[in-house]
Each structure stands twice: as C-alpha cells, then as structure tokens.
Write a protein that binds this ligand. Sequence first.
Ligand code: ATR
Length: 271
Amino acid sequence: MADRYAVFGNPVGHSQSPRIHALFAQQTSQNLSYEALLAPLDGFADHVRTFIARGGCGANVTVPFKEEAFRLATQLTPRAQAAGAVNTLSFTEGQILGDNTDGAGLVRDIRINLCVAVQGARVLLLGAGGAARGTMLPLLGERPAQLTIANRTRAKAETLCSQVGAGNTAICDFTELRAQPAFDVVINATSAGLSDAALPIPDSVFASHTLAYDMLYGRETPFMAQAQRNGARVADGLGMLVEQAAEAFFGWRGVRPDTAPVLAALRAASR
Ligand code: ATR
C-alpha cells in the first residue's frame, strides 16, 4: 500500500502540488500517493481528522486554511511558529506536527536556483500580510545586511517587525523608499498582483544588480514589469512553489528530491 498524502484547500482544483509530488515520488522511488482534497470552508479540521483516520501520513495546506492548520497542529516547528501559519502537516504517533516550508522554499529558490546571495545583501520585503510573515524567519536566517519591510499599512509592518524582526530589520513607507539607494533583492509578498494593481514604489529601488522576485506565478505582474523596465533581473514564484514542496517532501520522507527537472517541467507546461 502506498503512503497517503494530500493537499487541502478551497478551491484546490488548480493546485500543482499533486503533479509536483508525483514527480518527486517517481524520481526518488518513494511509494506514495498524493491527491488534492477540497475541504468545505467550515470543515477543514474534520476533513483532516478523517484523512488521518484513513491512514493519511501527511498533508499540505493551502488557501484559506493555513491559519486554521496552525491552530490544529499539536506541535509546531519554530518556522511555523514565526509564520503564524502552517502549510505542511505530518501525522505521527497521534500527533499533528505543523511546519511552514514557504520561507525556506523562497530562500532556496533565490540562493540555489537563481544563484543570488541573501547573506550580506540589502533586502526589501514588500507587504506585511501572511505571505510576508511566512518568509521573515528564513530570510533573516540568511543574515542579510538589512531587511527593510515596506507596506501600504505601516502599522501592520510594525506589528510584523515586533513579532518576528531582529536588529537588522527596518520599516519604511512606500514613499520613504525614494530616499533609499537601490536594493540587492526586492521581494513582492503583497497580493496586489492578483488584481493587476501596481505598487506605488519608486523606480529607484531597482538597479541592474537587483533581483526582483514576485512570489506570485503564472502571470506578469505590474511589479515585474516595473522591475524589468528599470533593468532589474526578474523572477516569479514558480521556483518557490517547487522548493516549498521539496522541503515538505524532505520532512515527510527524509529524501531531498532534485527540484531542477521538476521546475523545468512545470515551466515548460506553463508556456
Ligand atoms: P497574503 O496571505 O497573500 O499575504 P494578506 O495577509 O491579506 O494576504 O496580505 C496582503 C498584503 O498585500 C498586505 O501587505 C497588503 O497591504 P495592507 O496591509 O496595507 O492591506 C498588500 N496589498 C494588497 N493589495 C495591495 C495594493 N493594491 N497595494 C499595496 N499593497 C497591497
């Protein structure tokens, strides 16, 4: 019998996770199944418990259940604790271990796939919602020279900084960014791109040495277009998607898949 895994979300039909994990399992000869399970908005915990009762070994969690998964977990990794959200669950010995692999996935994509060092870099993080929070601890773990957080609502950036920030974390309004020299890495963790909204950030945050990273994928956002116009190198979040999945797979199976062919397959399919 194959070990059972799943991704829970609502909606979940669009999820690439079953494809990614099937490719990982094939590549590493792991005997597992992985399915997408639609949980009703008011029935996430019940659905997870039923899955566990039927032999489920672990699960990924996507929108809108990451905070609920955080509350459902009986144990949390430090990075899940810092993120305040869980995207990976492991079921062992009656416990539900909650982890968050999103930030680690982002960092691995930047460092390994895009060959850009966060260590010693001036990093600008745009946004202070759930996506931004999930990346803070892993980003700080890379020891950037400075991590600047800019958000439309300054109070949310201040809360985020006080919860997860460290000595080299700074807060900035979008307008105050005009006084800053260009950054080495600019990460868009806002959801503005989902509605094709441009961010009111100055062109001067970008230079030819800048990596401009949008955590969204499957579309060119106004942020990416602005970065490109200003000569920056641009990346979307597809690599982060594959890397967060690999980190979850590693946690479940103890084997780290080679992400490069999987990312290439997804990239080819999205063309
Ligand atoms: P997510 O889980 O995707 O992070 P979220 O927690 O609702 O979603 O956070 C959305 C983030 O995108 C916030 O930082 C939000 O800014 P505010 O805190 O000011 O609301 C940001 N955001 C969304 N649309 C935006 C827009 N049009 N311009 C600027 N920031 C935007």
